[in-house]
Write a protein that binds this ligand. Structure first.
Ligand code: AHR
Length: 335
């Protein structure tokens, strides 16, 4: 089975050579009203017929690593060809990779968009080429007619869940800092919105800065926060948009003499690192965001190849994890 699966790693230079210039200004390609055509093998296409393009946005976090592994493992198990690339957190790389997939005439593109805006033109190009697109994980702001479906988490709900934890843990109010994800990403925008939707009026968001979803970038942001504000006096809590940034922030907190439990910290993802931070007493709650989306996306991609209808939006069922059983659950975590 393994030998039937080919991974095509798209090298940026090659991609740029293959793809057309996005010359700025208005989209050169106008949306078509023609209906999508099912693949030649429809209605009996199997996974062996399928080439799925996955232009991954980067490798910024343990969540992302697990998401990539989910797609690679699913391709191996089901026997479809995966055209995988890593855009290294650069939208222009992701757009180039999508264009390379269009040129390769893949059957379906599954796109985890780095940010919400700026995909209109390339999605139009995919539509005009008759290649269905599934938006995966984060959302896009483009016209929904340009893609078949979105499969991923409800990022607004995740932010709301985090706010509810602060409301419980800080009943008398206070001030919190926010370490937010990649600016303009559906995950950061949704979590920030949800957090503000539900946070009690007696809790002030003292400051909010991005750590771009990475440990490396979160650490100096937390350091700067700690120079500006006194932990425990100026603020009592931190809402952190993902576990990797939480782990980076903990390094800065430790260096500043802050101890586990001195602050209320709520993070998002539910990675092993997040569970360890709960076991160690740093996080008081971890809002789940599930990266294991490969099987669902593959199933939908095959349906699209066979001309079957699919749901416009498929949201992942998620929960909130707590320190009381974190040690017990940690060994069972898949990511
Ligand atoms: O879009 C999902 C988010 O992206 C995850 O919370 C984060 O860890 C990742 O980088």
């Amino acid at each position: 089975m393994k030998s039937r699966v080919l991974y095509s790693v798209v090298i940026l230079g090659l991609v740029l050579g293959l793809t057309a210039c996005q010359c700025g200004g208005k989209p050169a390609v106008q949306p078509t009203t023609e209906p999508e055509k099912p693949a030649g093998c429809a209605p009996n296409c199997t996974y062996a017929d399928m080439t799925l393009c996955y232009p991954q946005l980067g490798a910024e976090s343990d969540w992302r690593t697990a998401n990539t592994a989910s797609f690679k493992e699913t391709a191996e198990e089901l026997g479809f060809k995966l055209v995988f690339s890593d855009a290294q957190q650069k939208q222009e790389n992701q757009i180039s990779a999508i264009r390379a997939c269009i040129q390769q005439k893949v059957d379906v593109i599954a796109l985890p968009p780095l940010v919400e805006d700026g995909f209109e033109q390339v999605l139009t190009e995919a539509k005009n080429a008759g290649i269905p697109v599934i938006i995966v994980d984060r959302s896009v702001s483009a016209d929904p007619d340009l893609y078949a479906s979105h499969i991923g988490s409800d990022m607004v709900l995740e932010g709301e869940r985090a706010a509810e934890e602060f409301n419980k843990l800080m009943p008398d109010g206070g001030a919190v800092l926010e370490l937010s994800g990649t600016t303009g990403s559906g995950a950061a925008v949704g979590r920030a919105k949800g957090f503000r939707n539900k946070l009690n009026d007696n809790i002030e968001i003292l400051d909010s800065q991005t750590g771009n979803f990475t440990r490396a970038e979160a650490k100096p942001v937390m350091e700067a926060f700690l120079k500006k504000y006194e932990a425990g006096t100026d603020f009592q809590g931190i809402f952190i948009h993902n576990d990797d940034m939480g782990i980076g922030a903990i390094e800065s907190l430790k260096a500043a003499g802050v101890k586990p439990g001195d602050l209320v910290i709520v993070s998002v993802d539910g990675t092993r690192g997040g569970f360890q931070a709960m076991v160690d007493g740093w996080f008081q709650a971890d809002v789940e965001c599930n990266p294991l989306l490969g099987p669902q996306v593959a199933e939908m991609a095959l349906k699209l190849m066979n001309g079957q209808s699919v749901d416009r939006e498929v949201l992942t069922n998620e929960t909130v994890y707590y320190p009381d059983n974190a040690a017990e659950l940690l060994p069972t975590r898949k990511y």
